[in-house]
Design a protein. Structure first.
Length: 629
């Protein structure tokens, strides 16, 4: 088995060597399905940008290639229970607006039927309705749920602006402006979606606590009375502050914090403030989005952002774990690329960490203002050997470590982007899925992976206060069955792998009851073929749901977790390794199945690099374990 594992390791190294870019990075797609493809068509048609006609045609082909034959609609993931209503509405709308489909085609007829059967536009999610309202296909609510005065609420108020996560702020600020103006932009070529309405009474926003909106709006405006000024003047100041917030966070490529959705909404928000569609800020924003296109299976896909930094950090580290010398040109080029992308600017994270200095890494090569904990620990893992040999990098290393420690929450865990952005009261805002959009709590995956880095690479162990607090957070948040929930991956296997590898790295005993309980859980969900697989439904139902098929990535996470605890092979590990070797080159729906998520039931991610990265790490750890017996 060991020799077979070594052969598979060599094959994986060869694949990654062949697919490295000239600049040292890996630009595997950040594949989030067809939502952004649909939104790009809607945006380009709304702005009447004829120079992108070929792009629109390509996106039409991509969208139709992903239509589900059995339901007539579109799915977020293959085992979703029926088609996804909101995604199907967006796809159908984009295809009509493209003007390359009339609605009479068989696939369009079936999509429309699916939408009506599922309840029509009124049953769509909040962000779909907002997009439809912006483009004149749906009425804005009579009272928009969150007034723009939210921008002015003082920190003493139960909810203030910076109590919302940076991802939430980036998307919410332009929406506040759009809702305030009840802005709508239709063109002479806009399709008419009225036939998708279920003809219900009311304005169609009832399911999002519409009865509470007036009370919430009143409370927010009451909160601004503590400020000096007349109501109309405060309203003007709030709008100006919202505009400034967006403009100050535009990245060099023109996008808002490198997020597709935030940039999409910003473009319309600026037009609601009087900007013309040919304004340079809007033109540059569109160009920034266009630059994020990639190719997947011969089709053009608009990425939500790029994942070059994330891919490169993980791949550089995995290759070194697999034995590729850090002096090898492949590693040197990758790490030179990463060193240049350490962020030196102060971002929103500074609000709740005033003693911290910049030193983190972001997810995308576009990003200069929005570092995150996971990318920072991943980058520091990758460049550790380079730092040892180059004294000039010691300062960069120290700033990175310091930034990570400064982001630890008061509860002991680590968030993704900012500390102290987890007020439960924020969840009362009338926003769909607020726990995913509006807060940035400590999570098992971030806490576990941070502990793994601090233990294995900074050599901080149990007695260090930050480590002790992180461990305690993990033990408090372990599920009854022994697993941990992973916020940014799918899902309980991911969280359990992160937690176990982190706890072992900081010196926890493998025979500890909580750790053995997690091991027992992992072994209990192993499939007969030796692999592991988990459904995205776990993320929606908040309990482990098996995929009923094994995936390379889930199997690698499970095997690596077991190896971290047991430090030697076992029957479960042997079967998992056999699966990774036997199925390493397969191409089927399981290799395309999402392994990451951004928002439950709305936003899932297929990382094209994961099928190489995590099997490479698990196989390498296996070879080391069986060689040291």
């Amino acid at each position: 088995m060991k020799e077979a594992a070594r052969r598979e390791i060599s094959r994986l190294i060869g694949v990654l060597r062949d697919e490295q870019c000239e600049n040292g990075s890996w630009d595997y797609p950040f594949d989030t399905g067809i939502k952004t493809d649909a939104y790009m068509i809607i945006l380009l048609r709304s702005l009447k940008m004829r120079k992108y006609e070929s792009l629109i045609q390509e996106l039409v082909e991509r969208i139709e290639s992903e239509q589900d034959d059995s339901t007539g609609g579109w799915k977020l993931f293959s085992d979703e229970k029926g088609a996804n209503l909101s995604l199907t509405i967006e796809a159908y709308y984009a295809l009509l607006y493209s003007r390359y489909r009339t609605g009479n085609e068989d696939n369009m007829v079936r999509a429309k039927q699916m939408i009506l059967t599922a309840g029509g536009i009124e049953k769509a999610d909040m962000f779909t309705k907002i997009t439809l309202a912006i483009t004149g296909q749906f009425s804005w609510p009579s009272v928009f749920p969150i007034p723009v005065e939210l921008m002015l609420l003082p920190p003493t108020f139960p909810i203030s602006f910076f109590d919302i996560s940076v991802f939430g702020r980036a998307n919410l600020v332009p929406i506040l402006l759009l809702g305030d103006a009840k802005y709508q932009r239709k063109t002479k070529n806009s399709p008419n979606l009225s036939s998708l309405s279920s003809k219900r009474d009311g304005d169609g926003w009832q399911e999002y606590r519409a009865n509470d909106w007036k009370n919430f709006t009143s409370n927010v405006k009451q909160g601004t009375l503590s400020l000096i000024g007349l109501p109309w003047e405060l309203h003007r100041i709030a709008k100006e502050k919202a505009k400034t917030y967006m403009l100050e966070r535009i990245e060099p490529d023109g996008t808002l914090l490198s997020y597709f959705s935030a940039t999409f909404f910003m473009i319309f928000a600026l037009m609601s403030l009087g900007y013309k569609r040919n304004d340079s800020t809007i033109q540059e924003a569109v160009q920034g989005l266009v630059k994020m296109k990639c190719s997947i299976k011969g089709h053009t896909h608009m990425q939500y952002t790029t994942a070059n930094v994330w891919n490169t950090t993980l791949i550089s580290h995995a290759l070194q774990v697999a034995g590729v010398n850090h002096h090898h040109s492949m590693i040197v080029r990758a790490n030179e690329y990463l060193v240049k992308r350490q962020q030196v600017l102060y971002g929103d994270w500074y609000v709740n960490a005033e003693t911290a200095v910049p030193g983190g890494w972001g997810f995308s090569h576009i990003n200069t203002l929005n570092p995150d904990v996971d990318d920072t620990t991943a980058a520091l893992r990758a460049i550790v050997n380079m730092v040892y040999e180059r004294p000039a990098l010691h300062g960069s290393w120290s700033r990175g470590v310091s930034w990570i420690l400064s982001m630890q929450n008061d509860d002991g865990g680590w968030p993704a982007f900012e500390r102290k952005v987890n007020k439960r009261f924020v969840h009362l805002l009338p926003v769909q899925k607020p726990e995913f959009l509006l807060t940035d709590p400590s999570t098992a995956d971030l806490t576990g992976r941070t502990l793994e880095y601090l233990g294995n690479y900074v050599h901080l162990m149990n007695t260090y206060p930050n480590i002790q607090q992180g461990k305690e957070w993990l033990y408090r948040n372990q599920k009854r069955d022994g697993s941990w929930y992973g916020r940014w991956g799918i899902c309980y296997i991911y969280g359990t792998w992160s937690a176990l590898t982190g706890l072992i790295a900081v010196g926890e005993r493998s025979d500890k009851k909580a750790i053995q309980k997690a091991v027992t859980w992992l072994k209990s969900i192993q499939n007969k073929d030796g692999g592991w697989g988990e459904s995205c439904l776990s993320d929606i139902e908040k309990k482990y749901i098996p995929l009923n098929s094994s995936t390379l990535t889930h199997t690698a996470w499970a095997v690596d977790a077991l190896l971290a605890v047991e430090q030697k092979s076992s029957p479960a590990i042997e079967k998992g390794i056999q699966f990774l070797i036997k199925e390493g080159e397969k191409q089927d729906w399981t290799t395309e199945y999402p392994k990451g998520q951004g928002m439950a039931a709305s936003f899932y991610i297929h990382y094209h690099s994961y099928r190489y990265i995590f099997p490479l790490i698990a196989l390498s750890h296996y070879v080391r374990a069986v060689s040291e017996k």
